[in-house]
Design a binder for this molecule. Structure first.
Ligand SMILES: C[S@@+](CC[C@H](N)C(=O)[O-])C[C@H]1O[C@@H](n2cnc3c(N)ncnc32)[C@H](O)[C@@H]1O
Length: 295
């Protein structure tokens, strides 16, 4: 079955009026897209900011009368959109289409992250089996990749790891597969905690080696290795908490930091950690450091 979509260029103040109108005209779905490649970082809690130049896409079944839809839009909302384009969308096997984008990826020397539907490229490597899900963390984002490469380069044998902001659990599970003894995954999002346990199970991790909790429930565990891929704002607020959860001389890796935020995050951690030079990938930064023995 084919579909028809209409794309409207508009501004945030007109978007809900147009969205309602498209639905009234029979759209099965309306999607909001960035019309000018404008990143939106770290929105304030409870806010849903929109891009300055917005593209609304209304999806209609193939039998929709698009001339009538356009006439209706022009009658009811002339001036609310600057341009429109009508396109036919060929139906596809959407699940397969999406799966085609995920391939096994190597991080550092030993570690691979492999989706379950692809063949493992190297049976002798450390293979983390992971499928994309609701929680963040597949390895495709540079911040996750930076942390995975760092973990791969550490001596993980017998180490206690804390994965602060665990998302899918990718960093903690990688640590266990690389030889860590135990991981504590911490997250504010219940879906992330569930995904972490689920993904650990898929990788045959012994349940006694992994524990998950919300930040307010953090047990009295000190990390030999602390890894936190969140965002600059929360990382700065969490500096003392993260320091208090890290053993003297324990190792730290932080990511989720934009290049221009490097100095602020470094300054927040310097009271407790000897910080090392930043590593940058695609505009994102990884910071690392060693917990000071005493402060
Ligand atoms: C960018 S994702 C990282 C996921 C995964 N660790 C990775 O590297 O791909 C950040 C995660 O941190 C969690 N998070 C955000 N703020 C947090 C906070 N204050 N304390 C704990 N977790 C937090 C989010 O729910 C999200 O799952």
């Amino acid at each position: 079955m084919s579909w028809i979509q209409i794309k409207l260029d508009t501004t945030p103040d007109r978007s809900s009026e147009l969205e309602d109108l498209l639905l009234e005209c029979g759209a099965c779905a309306v999607t909001l897209q960035d019309g000018s490649d404008q990143p939106l970082y770290e929105p304030d809690l409870g806010t849903t900011p929109l891009w300055d130049n917005l593209r609304l896409i209304g999806l209609f079944t193939a039998d929709a009368d698009m001339e009538e839809v356009i006439e209706q839009l022009n009658q009811s909302a002339a001036g609310s959109f600057s341009a429109h384009r009508v396109e036919i969308v060929e139906d596809k096997d959407w699940e397969r289409e999406w799966m085609e984008h995920f391939h096994p990826m190597q991080f550092g020397k030993r570690l691979w992250v492999c989706p379950s539907w692809k063949e493992v490229p190297d049976e002798n490597a450390v293979n983390l089996m992971l499928d994309p899900g609701l929680a963040f963390g597949t390895g495709t984002h540079p911040t996750t990749a930076l942390c995975l490469k760092w973990l791969d380069a550490q001596d993980m044998n017998g180490k206690q790891v804390i994965d602060y902001g665990c998302g899918s659990g990718i960093l903690g599970i990688a640590s266990l597969l690389l030889g860590a003894k135990h991981v504590l995954g911490v997250d504010t999002d219940p879906q992330a905690l569930e995904a972490t346990l689920d993904n650990a199970g898929r990788n045959n991790i012994d349940t006694s080696n992994i524990k998950i909790c919300y930040p307010r429930e953090t047990p009295e565990i000190l990390a030999d290795i602390m890894v936190a891929n969140i965002l600059a704002g929360p990382l700065i607020s969490l500096a003392e908490t993260i320091a208090n959860l890290t053993k003297p001389e324990g190792k730290l890796a932080l990511s989720g930091i934009l290049e221009e935020q490097t100095d602020d995050v470094t300054a927040a951690y310097t009271p407790w950690f000897d910080m090392e030079p930043a590593v940058v990938e695609d505009g994102w930064v990884r910071l690392s450091g060693i917990r000071k023995a005493s402060i």
